[in-house]
Structure formats: C-alpha cells, structure tokens
Ligand binder design. Structure first.
Ligand SMILES: [Zn+2]
Length: 205
C-alpha cells in the first residue's frame, strides 16, 4: 500500500460527508478542478486549496514534515486527508437519479473500458448491451466511456467487442456512507465531519 492508496474523506459542497476515496482519486479530482483540498491549521481554522495553493502550502512547510509526500515530475506535496467536491451540492438521497452526470460521478469520471480518467466533456454514456439488442437505459446497463472506446465498441455486445466494464454497473448507493467506511480507519482530521461511536461511523447531520 502506497500513500496514493490511503483513504480520503469526501465532502459535498455543504461540507457533508458523502464518501471516501483513495488519495490517488482525490488528487486527480483536485487537479481536474472538481474538488478542493480541505486543510485544518494548528489554530483549527479551515482553508480550502486548489492544486497549486496546496503545493505551495505543503511543499516546504515543515508542519507537514511527518505527512507522507506525493511526488509528481515537478512537484512534491502532502497527501490530502479531506477533499470537498465542487461538482454537486445536495445531500445524496437513497434513490440516486439516473442522469448522465450521476453516471459519470458513479464511475469517477473514468472510462469503464480503458480505465482512464477524463473530463466530463470527453465522456459518453455507453450501453453495455446495445439498445438495438434489447439493452436498457438504466444504471445496470450504462457506463461512462471515453469517445474512443465508445466508438470502438459501437453497437457490439461486450463479448463481440471483447470490451467489458471494469466494474459491473449498478445503481450507486451514496447514502450508506457507513458501509464505505467499515474497513477504513477514520483519521483524526475527519472527526469534525463524522461521528465515531462504538466502532460505527455515522453522518453528523
Ligand atoms: Zn476509454
């Protein structure tokens, strides 16, 4: 396990916890401008940072000397522990509406065939079982796909195209935040956002 696999708490725009993700995903979302990093300083003041201001803050800052560092070709910066999304602002409901945007969110803006991350404008919806072969437009049959993979698969069945979604598509369950934390050790920095009691984690409303 590397620093990029560590867990990051994901807040929505109302600063309500909605999920956790890997640091790898969090950093990517921040670099794409879909999220900001949340930082709490020694005086317990919160600040939010985009990629550049985070690099500025943590590259040389000895306050972060003990935190694991990530290195890109040109930069070194601390691994984030909390991010706040700038892309949706409602507390997720039990039933997540089937929309193009929500499919992209469910699939983390990642093409389900080539496993690469894209800007939403470079993503399409792909019917795993094509519509002309009876495939429905539903959570279970629609995945995010980059334009290249989408046109490569065209209206072929997965086995004909030899293209299978990396994750079997299903309706997202954003609400049971508890479940996604069951195997995650909550970090101290998360405790302002979640309640940890008796080994279970609950959303603090
Ligand atoms: Zn692709």
């Amino acid at each position: 396990m590397t620093a990029l696999d560590s867990h990051v708490l994901v807040l929505n725009r109302l600063w309500q916890p909605v999920n956790t993700c890997t640091a790898r995903r969090a950093v990517t979302l921040v670099f794409l401008g879909h999220a900001h990093i949340v930082h709490r300083d020694e005086a317990n003041n919160y600040s939010t940072h985009d990629a550049l201001s985070w690099i500025d803050l943590t590259a040389e800052n000895h306050q972060h000397a003990t935190q694991p560092k990530l290195r890109s070709a040109r930069h070194q910066f601390a691994v984030p522990e909390i991010i706040v999304l700038s892309i949706y602002d409602r507390l997720p409901k039990t039933e997540v509406k089937f929309t193009r945007h929500n499919v992209f969110l469910r699939d983390s803006f990642t093409c389900q065939y080539c496993d690469r991350l894209f800007d939403p404008s470079d993503l399409n919806l792909d019917h795993v079982i094509p519509r002309d072969k009876g495939g429905k437009t539903s959570w279970e049959n629609v995945v995010a796909s980059c334009i290249r993979c989408n046109s490569k698969k065209a209206n072929k069945m997965p086995h004909e195209a030899r293209m299978f979604p990396r994750t079997a598509p299903r309706a997202p369950r954003w609400r049971p935040f508890h479940a996604s934390l069951q195997h995650t050790e909550p970090r101290n920095s998360w405790r302002d956002f979640i309640e940890v009691a008796d080994g279970t984690v609950e959303i603090s409303a």
